[in-house]
Design a protein. Structure first.
Length: 44
């Protein structure tokens, strides 16, 4: 059962940051459509 869910997510296209266009290495769904750099300007 779980394998189907894993396959589903594997087949999803890579997300791209709406700010800079970088591909987002998705590990945290709550980040939406921006990469770490664009989400956390305070970390720079
Ligand atoms: Zn970005």
């Amino acid at each position: 059962m779980l394998e189907n869910v894993v396959e589903f997510f594997r087949n999803l296209p890579a997300k791209k940051c709406v700010e800079c266009g970088n591909e987002i290495d998705e590990q945290h769904e709550c980040y939406g459509s921006k990469c770490d750099n664009c989400m956390d300007p305070g970390k720079h």
